[in-house]
Ligand binder design. Structure first.
Ligand code: URP
Ligand code: ZN
Ligand code: ZN
Length: 476
């Protein structure tokens, strides 16, 4: 029989359990889990001393994306290979849309960018920039047939991606109807636009002004506004890249009121602070993200929120631009620095090393935050996000004792710097399997571009005749 693998003597870690077991893979799926499994026809893989984790699920990437007058340095090939090296086996990328054009065209464009290039499985979120009859007519089919069950609305990037509150509200109404999740980039784009223009008029052009013109209060305000609209409409809301105490508070308050609101943070906000934007020369441009890096005091708030469940996930927000020639577009005008950084390879390792290994979160919380919760929220569970019989054999064999140092010299992203240069990491993904096939074996890439598959995702409510509303929410 083709592709039978037996992973022996590893420590299986899921979002709920940690135990020693063998894992039998047949074809693309996990066939059995147990002690002392035998399969004479299987290739045996010794996982003694290793954790057997479900593959990481990165719910927030921007690959091959035009932005700020340039295009991200990593495409679906380099980005997904780097993701695999870092222990991630599924990504959900953001499909940008153009006002006045069919959403289907944008989806076709994103399929064309990814189909022959992705080395691991992938899906898309769909950006909603406007709501009109054409958009409303397209969305039901996009959810039901195309398996795209999350919409993204930008509350910032005025005159580029930003949508107004009416659009956000109507997107929520439609999404609720279709069982799709609404995701927001929560910053007050109108006020930021004013502050940026004022800073430039006053002659402030350096990267640090990127942070100074986007204060955390404006992220908290937008997060609270989106959360209130979610409460009004009953929609499920997911706030991407939460950076600060004000936004954590707004999400916690919404959840206390019973609103269906969820929050994601990213490794850069857990590890780096605003002072990086003030590095000498133009070095600070490497650290320009939106929302911006914050004062260091916000980091413990974010860790605490992950530990207590006020924030539930970690996304990379991978959006890489080379320092040379791309970040440099903002020399003399911080508002022209392309926003974003390289993180797809480091998300899993940083959460393990700085989170689980340092005791900020438990090992099972690590799995939940890096994989399982994302699978559940984004309609991939139980196909992905866990080690269970019948699930896709997306597996990371992870050495928790190994150490390495993050560096541009050794990373696999197609970009000329690392945001975490010199950071010492405990724990290394040794081998990574995607649907039963090795993508990374003994720390070397053995997969192929194009082997990744587009995965149709489930809506979060399903028709159910027994429920009074006629719909049954998927259990989280
Ligand atoms: O700076 C960032 N975050 N760049 C990527 C685009 C976005 O806002 O997520
Ligand atoms: Zn954003
Ligand atoms: Zn993003």
């Amino acid at each position: 029989m083709a592709n039978v693998k037996l992973i022996k003597n590893g420590t299986v870690v899921t979002a709920s359990d940690t135990y020693t077991a063998d894992v039998l893979i047949e074809g693309e799926t996990i066939k059995a889990i147990g002690i002392g499994l035998e399969a004479p026809e299987a290739e045996t893989i010794d996982a003694s001393g290793l954790y057997v984790f479900p593959g990481g699920i990165d719910p927030h990437t921007h690959l091959d994306m035009p932005f700020g007058g340039t295009v991200t340095a990593d495409d679906f090939e380099t980005g997904t290979i780097a993701a695999a090296f870092g222990g991630t086996t599924t990504i959900i990328d953001f499909c940008l849309t153009d006002k006045g054009k069919p959403l289907a065209n944008s989806l076709q464009k994103w399929h064309a960018k990814s189909a022959d290039k992705a080395a691991i499985d992938y899906s898309f979120h769909l950006m909603i920039g406007e709501i009109n009859d054409e958009v409303l007519a397209e969305l039901p089919q996009i959810v039901a047939e195309e398996g795209i069950t999350s919409f993204k609305v930008f509350m910032a990037y005025k005159n580029v991606f930003q949508a107004d509150d009416g659009t956000l509200y109507r997107t929520m109404l439609t999404a609720k109807e279709l069982g799709a999740m609404v995701m927001v980039h929560a910053e007050n784009g109108d006020v930021i636009d004013f502050l940026v223009a004022k800073a430039l008029a006053e002659g402030h052009t350096e990267p640090i002004y990127h942070a100074l013109t986007r204060p955390s209060a404006l992220e908290g305000e937008a997060t609270g506004r989106a959360a209130k609209l979610a409460g009004l409409t009953g929609a499920r809301l997911y706030v991407v890249h939460v950076t600060c105490a004000e936004a954590v508070k707004a999400i916690a308050e919404a959840r206390e009121q019973g609103f269906d609101v969820w929050g994601e943070t990213c490794p850069q906000y857990l590890m780096l602070d605003q002072s990086y934007l003030g590095l000498p020369g133009f070095e600070g441009a490497k650290y320009v993200w939106s929302p911006p890096l914050r004062e260091e005091s916000h980091q413990s708030v974010l860790w605490n929120a992950l530990r207590t469940g006020q924030l539930q996930t970690i996304g990379s927000d991978q959006c890489s631009f080379n320092y040379a020639g791309q970040k440099e577009l903002g020399l003399g005008d911080f508002s022209k620095i392309p926003n974003g950084g390289p993180t797809i390879e480091d998300r899993f390792s940083i959460l393990f090393s700085e989170g689980a290994a340092k005791g900020r979160i438990t090992l099972n919380q690590f799995v939940d935050i890096v994989s399982t919760r994302n699978a559940k929220l984004f309609g991939l569970f139980p196909r992905k996000g866990t080690i269970a019989v019948g699930s896709d054999a997306d597996i990371v064999l992870f050495d928790p004792a190994a150490e390495r140092t993050i560096s541009e010299a050794t990373h696999h992203m197609n970009v000329d710097y690392s945001a975490f240069e010199g950071l010492k990491i405990t724990g290394v993904p040794v081998s990574v399997l995607s649907r039963g096939e090795f993508v990374i074996r003994d720390k070397a890439f053995v997969g192929s571009a194009g082997a990744g598959r587009f995965i149709k995702r489930e809506p979060y409510t399903k028709p159910d005749s027994a429920s009074p509303s006629g719909k049954e929410a998927v259990q989280l």
